[in-house]
Design a protein around this ligand. Structure first.
Ligand code: SF4
Length: 396
């Protein structure tokens, strides 16, 4: 799963969000994890496997078993096929899963259905059939428009594939397309990042996610840096790249609505909104997480275990109120708009009031600010968000 946390603002979506928490609480977002990729990228620590596509049919059957035993009454507002590379599935397999969900859950009329796709894995017929079956949002893992960077990251596509995939998706009728981009790549200059941003906006996607490259110890790219083959990413350059993204994307009328996300008005990611507001979500598949009715669950992170028993879990517990209020506050502050103080008081009562002294201290440092009835990160706070979030963590 490509985790996120975030928010929204303006127009149609702001209207939705202002009274939104209680509305979202009655609904549910569904995440389906597809852990298969053509090959493992050199920076990837997601639960994904290269070279195991033969297991896809068994995996679909395991998913269907898991889905049918975890049905809830809440109407489904969003479905997100993430990975991994969901676009490695055939149209028939995606349809089988969609139909199974439809048979087991009630769908909202305006349901958002997203699918993550790798630009190197798409063709016209596949995209047209996805669109016809009701997938209405496509998220392309573009990452960079420089082939040397894509090669360093171990991606299977090249810059030309991104443009081709984007145009194919448009022609197939996708009117809501996201591009994922990465900054903080070893040796990536400010100028190259600017070129990537500008190549992306020239295509005119409705949504852009810009993620800082984060490297775990056990991925090949970290080894190449340790061996001196690649330069250590420079934190100061990464900060400048983030500032540059803010400047360039605002020039092209993208709203910066969450720490790592920008959208044209009316195109904020509805699915991630559930995460950022700690509203109910159900995750199916290996390593998928769920949060519903105050209950948190993490499925097994091992593919073979999941295939043998799709009910294997690593965690399944009630989230105590202290942690729930902390999570809701931290996730909500990822949103540019911040959190609604009254709404949080209503939702958590005394538990939330306890944060007021922390808010006052953090406002004194210039990292948080009040805006009407909301509290949000300042410009400086966005750069030092971890410093703010650390202050909001419960003691244990
Ligand atoms: S495509 Fe995504 S999930 Fe798959 S290996 Fe690359 S980064 Fe990981």
């Amino acid at each position: 799963m490509h985790p996120a946390g975030l928010l929204f603002i303006t127009s149609r979506l702001l209207a939705k969000s202002a009274s939104a928490i209680s509305i979202l609480m009655d609904k549910v977002a569904i995440y389906i994890h597809i852990p298969f990729c053509l090959k493992k990228c050199s920076y990837c620590s997601f639960v994904s496997y290269g070279g195991r596509r033969d297991f896809i049919p068994r995996y679909i059957q395991a998913l269907k078993k898991e889905i049918s035993t975890r049905v809830v009454d809440n109407p489904v507002a969003t479905i997100y096929f993430g990975g991994g590379t969901p676009s490695l599935l055939t149209v028939g397999q995606i349809r089988e899963l969609s139909d199974w969900l439809k048979a087991n859950f009630t769908f909202d009329n305006e349901i958002e259905v997203s699918l993550e796709a790798n630009p190197g894995t798409l063709n016209k017929d596949f995209l047209s059939e996805l669109r016809q079956m009701g997938i209405n949002r496509l998220s392309l893992g573009a990452q960079s428009f420089h082939n040397d960077e894509l090669k360093m990251l171990g991606r299977v596509h090249c810059a030309e594939d991104i443009e081709a995939a984007f145009h194919l998706a448009r022609n197939a009728g996708f009117t809501n397309i996201n591009l994922d981009l990465i900054y903080g790549i070893p040796g990536q200059s400010l100028m190259k990042w600017e070129e990537t941003l500008k190549s992306a906006v020239r295509l005119g996607p409705e949504h852009l996610s810009c993620y800082l490259l984060t490297l775990e110890d056990d991925v090949p790219l970290t080894q190449s840096i340790s061996d001196g083959i690649l330069p250590l990413p420079d934190d100061d350059v990464a900060c400048e790249q983030y500032e540059l993204a803010e400047a360039v994307l605002s020039e092209y009328d993208y709203e910066h609505y969450e720490l790592s996300n920008w959208a044209k008005p009316g195109f904020r990611c509805q699915h991630n909104l559930f995460y950022w507001q700690l509203a109910p979500y159900l995750g199916f598949g290996v390593a998928a997480h769920s949060f519903i009715n105050g209950h948190r669950r993490a499925n097994t992170g091992k593919l073979d275990t999941y295939l043998d028993n799709p009910f294997s879990i690593e965690e399944d517990n009630e989230l105590d109120k202290t942690h729930e209020v902390a999570e809701a506050t931290i996730l909500g502050l990822r949103l540019t708009e911040g959190i609604d103080l009254k709404e949080m008081d209503c939702r958590f009562g005394d538990m939330f009031s306890k944060y007021k002294p922390v808010f006052e201290d953090t406002m004194g440092l210039g990292l948080l600010e009040l805006a009407g009835n909301r509290i949000r990160l300042t410009d400086q706070g966005r750069f030092l968000s971890n410093e703010v979030f650390w202050r909001l963590l419960p003691d244990s």
